[in-house]
Structures are given as structure tokens and as C-alpha cells.
Design a protein around this ligand. Structure first.
Ligand code: NAD
Length: 514
């Protein structure tokens, strides 16, 4: 398509051979008992990126058994926080030392640009180091005002065996938002990456082994949601499921886990708005909107897939966003200047286009894009930067997660209208406000229904700040102290000091026991 910035050439070489990913169970790399494997063809270039063992109930059972045994015998939970932290810090060092290896396979399997894979994989080391610091903070409360002869103590213990199920859009980052925190807390784990992007998770097993994590503490099973993820969500020996993925599968897991009443933590989808008031730094806001919709090809739970713009500025603001969209470098993910890469699968590309074509048929206007993008020499599994106007609140493109580089524009006149549009969603992951007036920002922040509110910025994140959603965007929190606490169970100790307990049984005078 004309007037877009498209990068065709590449500077990062493709690997000589596909990555061979195997399960990691009880400290050993193993193939599936039935020998089955799956092939992952890269979204760009169309090459065989990896071959991964395809797990069944056999491998999943073995992994859960190993994690259960490792938890129950205390080989990990019995270590001091300091000892656990040392292992996690060593993993962080190994992640950094292997950043390029991780990044190349992450880009090949997911289609995201190499610069973002480097940021995601190398940057994840910081999550491991932060989690390591939390391993030494498992403190509780003491209650010293319950009476002279009572001391109450609330302690925290690791919850037990945790199933970790992750999606394809940030395979290594999301794994690192969960696994080091669970390990820091003293839990043991069974991990299943998406079948589409198994390799960086499988590669992590090498680092766990080299860092000295005891056998059985982290087990990785590769394969499909059914049967691997299903068994991980229903098995009686699993105490908690930590899931990131679609709202539909999150609901399914919640129901499936109900039979054994295990704890379920969910990080699900979003339809996240940025609200633009006229007094904002509009140039900065337009840039953040452009970043918010094209980062990770819009395949991002935090994608700001809708903007709610004040009517007085909507035309000029959208014109600027369209202008910036043309300057964003789409194309070959193996070039470091590329900012937007390929769509993860052909099926997903068709789904994205379906939303755009349906909206068009229902009367929406396409201000930019609206179709596939051919990148010469790399393929056509790309989608143009797309801006959609004249939408109504009932359109699927406004209500549902498109998960692509597709921005929809809504408008408002008053704060009440902006809040009503923001909250008119089944989702509640994140929301943003752009204004130079602190009162406007604070009022919006308090009234918007979302787990994260960004004011005059978008998608800044820190390991210290809890992340998660409200409504159908999920339950529970990840990262930060709150995320760490999700992997801990609370136990109350009630201790009497001295022999002061009054007897409950009081023999009645004149009655004999028979
Ligand atoms: P998905 O729900 O299709 O799959 C996620 C994982 O669940 C995969 O590993 C998959 O194999 C597994 N799975 C599928 N069926 C299962 C079942 N019946 N039982 C157990 N596991 C099963 O999601 P996806 O397409 O991989 O990822 C995209 C979705 O993830 C989007 O909706 C996005 O918003 C969401 N997401 C949310 C966050 C967040 O933090 N809130 C972050 C990233 C992605």
C-alpha cells in the first residue's frame, strides 16, 4: 500500500536449523512418550521456526507428580528466602547472557520485531531480579492486643503446586510475570506455553538447570490446551492455576477448576480506551495513541484499541494519528528498525479483517488501511495500520478485542460522557487519560473501571506495580507485592501464653456420669 513506511530488508540472519523444544520434567529434557511433535512455521519468512514435543496426559501427569513431590518434601519451600533468591538471580543473569538467542526464536515464532523481542526477553531479567528480592519478604502480622495470655501471629506459606498457562503474544515476558514470583514464594510449578510459541519457555529450562533449581521444582509441558492445559486446570494435586489468555478460555478454566476448588488467577483480554481532552499535550497524546495501537501489532492485552476524543479536536487529532501511522515502520521483523511485524497466524489475520469489513458494512468509515499488507520477500501475513471512524457503541469492532493494528475512534463532550463510554465495556484492564488539568486526570482515574489507569502516558509498567483487570479482564494481580502475595496462603497461629485456658467441660453438681 502506498504512503506507508515498509521495511523489506533484514540484518539479522535466520537460524540455520529449527529450534528443537522438549518437555522438561523432574530435571530432565524428554520427548513425548508417543513421539509426537508439532511444527511451527514462522508468520514472516514462512520458514520452519521450531519443532516441539506435543504433550499428552502422560507427560502432564508426570510433570504434576514431580511438582507435587518436590513441594511436599520441602526441597524448595524449605530453603531460606535468601537461597531461593540466589537461584532466581542466577536465572536472571543467564537470561541476559542469552538475550539474542531468545529474541531470534521469539521473533520467528511470534512475528514481532527483533528490537521488541530483545526488549521483552532481556528486559524480563528484571522481573526475575525483582521477584528474587521479594523472596526475602514473606512476613505476616502479629496481634498483641488479644489479651495478656494470647499472642496471635499470621504467617504466609507457599500455596503449593501452581499450574502456569501462558499465551503467544508475549511468551517470555508473561512467563516471567508469573514463574519467578511463584518460585520466590516457595511454590513448585508446571508450566505450559502456547503451542504457537513454545521455544523460549523450553529454552528457559536450560537456565533453570544451570542456575541450580532443584529437580521437579519447575516442570514444563509443551502442547495444546487440550489435553495439557485441561489436566493442569483440573488435577487434584494442583493447588492454583495462574492463567493468561483469552476471556473465553479463562471462563472455561474457572469452571473446570471449580470441581477441586483450586485458586484461579486470570489475566484476560481488554478493550482499553485512551480519553483525549482538548487541553492535553496533543502531540504527545497522538504519539502515545499510535504506540498503543501498533505495539506488538496490536496483539496486546493492553492495546489501546479505542480512543475517546473530545468533539472539538477529533478531526485534527485523528488526522495527526493517521499521519503518524504512515511513519510507523511495518515489515521485516528481522530488521532492528522495524516497529510492527507479522500477524501470528493466517486464521488470526482473517479474524482481524473480519472485524474491519463487518464495521465497514455497518457504516463505519476507514480513515486508513483496512486490509492485508504484502511485504516483498517476507510474505503477506501482515495487516495495514488501520483507523476506523463513525462507529457506534454496539458494533463488534468497538466492543470486542480485535487484537490487531486496528484503532476505533469514539467522541465525547463532557466528562460524564467520557466516563460512560470508558465503562461501557465487559472488559476493565486499562484506561488512559490525557489532560493538563490534574483535577480532570484525578476524577477520571477514580471513576474509570480498570485495573490500571495511565495519565498522560500509555503502557509504562514497572515490576513494583501490580497488574491485572476488573470485570471480564480477570481476577487477581500479577507482579509487585500484590502479585507475589497471590502465591502465598495465609495461616493464623493462635497461641496461649501460660496455663490460662478455662475448661469448657464443667461437671454439674449432683449429676453422675454414666
Ligand atoms: P488463548 O486463551 O487461546 O490461549 C492461552 C493459553 O491457554 C494457551 O497456552 C492455550 O494452549 C491454553 N488453553 C487453550 N485452551 C485451554 C483449555 N481448555 N484449558 C487450559 N488451557 C487452555 O489465548 P491466546 O490466543 O494465546 O492469547 C491471546 C489472549 O490473551 C488475548 O485475549 C489477550 O488479551 C490475552 N492476554 C491477556 C494478558 C493480560 O495480562 N491480561 C496478557 C497477554 C494476553
Amino acid at each position: 500500500m502506498k504512503d506507508l513506511t515498509v521495511i523489506v530488508d533484514q540484518t539479522v540472519a535466520l537460524p540455520d536449523a529449527p529450534y528443537q523444544a522438549r518437555h522438561f520434567i523432574d530435571g530432565s529434557f524428554v520427548d513425548s512418550a508417543d513421539g509426537r511433535r508439532s511444527d511451527r512455521i514462522s508468520p514472516s519468512h514462512g520458514v520452519l521456526a521450531s519443532q516441539a514435543a506435543l504433550g499428552t496426559e502422560v507427560e502432564t501427569e508426570a510433570a504434576i507428580r514431580a511438582a507435587r513431590t518436590a513441594f511436599d518434601d520441602g526441597r524448595w519451600s524449605g530453603l531460606t528466602g535468601k537461597e531461593r533468591a540466589q537461584v532466581l538471580n542466577r536465572v536472571a543473569d543467564l537470561i541476559e547472557a542469552n538475550e539474542e538467542r531468545l529474541a531470534v526464536i521469539e521473533t520467528l515464532e511470534s512475528g514481532k520485531p527483533i528490537s521488541q523481542s530483545r526488549g521483552e526477553c532481556g528486559g524480563a531479567a528484571d522481573l526475575w531480579r525483582y521477584a528474587a528480592s521479594l523472596a526475602r519478604t514473606s512476613s505476616g502480622d502479629s496481634h498483641n492486643a488479644l489479651g495478656e495470655d494470647i499472642l496471635g501471629v499470621v504467617i504466609k506459606e507457599p500455596i503449593g503446586v501452581v499450574s502456569i498457562i501462558t499465551p503467544w503474544n508475549f511468551p517470555f515476558w508473561i512467563l516471567s510475570q508469573k514463574l519467578p514470583f511463584a518460585l520466590a514464594a516457595g511454590c513448585t510449578c508446571v508450566v505450559k506455553p502456547s503451542e504457537v510459541t513454545p521455544s523460549t519457555t523450553a529454552m528457559l529450562a536450560e537456565f533453570l538447570l544451570d542456575a541450580g533449581l532443584p529437580d521437579g521444582v519447575c516442570n514444563i509441558v509443551l502442547g495444546f490446551g487440550n489435553p495439557v492445559g485441561s489436566l493442569m486446570s483440573t488435577h487434584k494435586d494442583v493447588d492454583m492455576v495462574s492463567f493468561t489468555g483469552s476471556t473465553a478460555v479463562g471462563k472455561h478454566i474457572t469452571n473446570a477448576a471449580g470441581d477441586t476448588l483450586k485458586k484461579v488467577a486470570l489475566e484476560l483480554g481488554g478493550k482499553n480506551p485512551q480519553v483525549i481532552f482538548p487541553d492535553a499535550d496533543l502531540e504527545n497524546a497522538a504519539d502515545a495513541v499510535t504506540f498503543g495501537i501498533y505495539f506488538n501489532v496490536g496483539q496486546c492485552c493492553n492495546s489501546s484499541s479505542r480512543i475517546i476524543v473530545h468533539e472539538d479536536i477529533v478531526d485534527s487529532f485523528v488526522d495527526r494519528v493517521v499521519e503518524l501511522s504512515r511513519q510507523v515502520a511495518f515489515g521485516n521483523p528481522m530488521h532492528p528498525d522495524t516497529q510492527v511485524g507479522a500477524i501470528v497466524t493466517p486464521q488470526h489475520q482473517a479474524k482481524i479483517d473480519g472485524y474491519v469489513q463487518d464495521a465497514k458494512a455497518e457504516g463505519a468509515t476507514i480513515s486508513l488501511g483496512g486490509g492485508a499488507l504484502e511485504v516483498p520477500g517476507v510474505g503477506s501475513q501482515f495487516y495495514q495500520p488501520t483507523v476506523v471512524r463513525d462507529v457506534t457503541s454496539d458494533m463488534a469492532i468497538v466492543r470486542e478485542e480485535v487484537f490487531g493494528p486496528v484503532l476505533v475512534v469514539q467522541t465525547f463532550r463532557t466528562m460524564d460522557e467520557a466516563i460512560a463510554l470508558t465503562n461501557d465495556s465487559d472488559y476493565g484492564l486499562s484506561a488512559g487519560i490525557w489532560s493538563d488539568n490534574v483535577h480532570t486526570c484525578l476524577e477520571f482515574s477514580r471513576r474509570a473501571q480498570a485495573g490500571t489507569i495511565w495519565t498522560n502516558t500509555w503502557m509504562d509498567g514497572f515490576p513494583e506495580l501490580a497488574f491485572g483487570g476488573v470485570k471480564q479482564s480477570g481476577q487477581g494481580r500479577e507482579i509487585g507485592q500484590y502479585g507475589y502475595d497471590e502465591f502465598l496462603e495465609v495461616k493464623s497461629l493462635v497461641m496461649r501464653i501460660g496455663q490460662t485456658r478455662a475448661p469448657w467441660v464443667k461437671p454439674l453438681a449432683g449429676r453422675e456420669t454414666s
